[in-house]
Design a protein around this ligand. Structure first.
Ligand SMILES: *Cc1c(COP(=O)(O)O)cnc(C)c1O
Length: 404
């Protein structure tokens, strides 16, 4: 099945009335005819829905579609991308554990790793998530290696295969935030990732109308319960141990479930992921090629021949570079002028919308970061991040450049 066919027909619809999209079950609880039946559902001895914080048909329908799309054995949807990142890790971590992560991560994730210090969980950062940089930092306390496949906004690309080979040889799982790559560019499990998370607020939703996240389990990682003692109780679930613990443990108890309405909006958005990404990647390449010709503008886009990630983009993503690019205009003043002169591109802090969005990261998302954190994230005083939309806005950028 090609990508779009699989999106629309890959997962059979469960609705008994034949609804073409799973309807919105906008309810908190489900009634049962007998106490025996509800007892079974509560004890995982029968399938069924009891309470929406734990599971809901509309949410489950979205989860099944994402599991199929990412070729995982199961997934758990969350109230936000940050909730997904947090739960993907807290599901396996205890006080005293360490994470190894890239220093170019999304700002919220960097801040989260700071918050985890209060719970005795320490993160060691590497400048580039490569086997060479990660290896010396791995020790007995290392319980996860975490990376963004295409860093936002540094746009560095991780070579999944070489990093996963290394971390597996040390008995550590590779957790990958694939938000900016999307399943259209790659299935990270094919390259050795063990757990994938998405902020589905972005490309999966596509229209910027709901905050949400999702965690997908490959089922491939061999959890050694001597090392991951927290999974001991879930050993009986075999390859489903991680996802079973998530749904029955911390995720449900923290209560960061996805609302049925938002799951429904995501399922609608998901149907056009292939169409949108095809257009977004083409537009991003064209716009970045345009910027390459403009004097005084430096452009960073991983699918450009001038990018050091060009070969990796060919190998891992079939030549597609995603839909984010950054430009450097020479000064903060000129960056602001350019943004203010744009007629259509919207100045907003989001990515993955069908509309083109621009932002000056240094004065906004990274306003509270240290100078070193900004450099690590590829954020300079004159950097503008462009989340390319489905429109054709080369003319808009070219008229705005005229004034700077
Ligand atoms: C936006 C984003 C997140 C956080 O997702 P929210 O849905 O905003 O909570 C995490 N990782 C990446 C790469 C993101 O772009």
């Amino acid at each position: 099945m090609n990508f779009n066919t699989a999106l629309l027909h890959g997962v059979s619809q469960a609705d008994k009335n034949g609804a073409t999209i799973e309807p919105i079950y906008q309810v908190s609880a489900f009634g049962f005819e007998t106490a025996e039946k509800l007892e079974k559902v509560f004890n995982n001895r029968a399938s069924g829905f009891a309470y929406t914080r734990i599971s809901n048909p509309t949410v489950e329908s979205f989860e099944r579609k994402i599991s199929a799309l990412e070729k995982g054995i199961g997934s758990v949807a969350c109230s936000s991308g940050m909730a997904a990142v947090t739960m993907s890790l807290l599901n396996i971590l205890e006080a005293g554990d360490e994470i190894i992560a890239g220093s170019s991560l999304f700002g919220g994730t960097i801040d989260l790793f700071g918050d985890l210090l209060a719970f005795g969980i320490k993160t060691k950062f590497v400048n580039n998530v490569t086997a060479e940089e990660v290896e010396p930092l791995i020790n007995d306390n290392t319980k996860a290696v975490f990376a963004e496949l295409i860093g936002n906004p540094r746009l560095d690309v991780v070579d999944l295969k070489s990093v996963s080979e290394l971390v597996h040889s040390k008995g550590v799982p590779f957790v990958v935030d694939s938000t900016t790559a999307t399943p259209y560019l790659i299935n990270p499990f094919d390259y050795g990732a063990d757990i994938v998370v998405h902020s589905s607020s972005k490309y999966i939703n596509g229209s910027g109308n709901s905050i949400s996240g999702i965690i997908i389990d490959s089922g491939n990682f061999k959890w050694d319960t001597a090392r991951y003692k927290v999974l001991e109780e879930y050993k009986k679930y075999g390859k489903f141990a991680y996802i079973a613990k998530l749904r029955n443990g911390i995720w449900r108890n923290v209560g960061c479930c996805l609302a049925p309405m938002n799951a429904f909006l995501n399922s609608i958005g998901l149907e056009t992921l292939g169409l949108r990404m095809e257009r977004l990647c083409n537009n991003a390449l064209r716009l970045s090629e345009y910027f390459e010709m403009v004097d005084g503008i430096d452009v960073n886009y991983p699918a450009l021949k001038s990018s050091k990630y060009y070969d990796l983009v060919q190998k891992q993503f079939g030549g597609k570079g995603g839909a984010i690019l950054t430009i450097q205009t020479g000064s903060k003043e000129s960056a602001f002028k350019l943004i203010n002169n744009l007629k259509f591109a919207i100045n907003a802090t989001n990515i993955g919308d069908i509309r083109t969005l621009v932002i000056h990261p240094a004065s906004t998302i990274y306003a509270h970061s240290t100078e070193q954190q900004k450099i690590n994230a590829g954020v300079f005083e004159d950097t503008i991040r462009i989340s390319v939309g489905i429109e054709d806005l080369i003319d808009d950028f070219s008229q705005a450049l005229y004034y700077i």
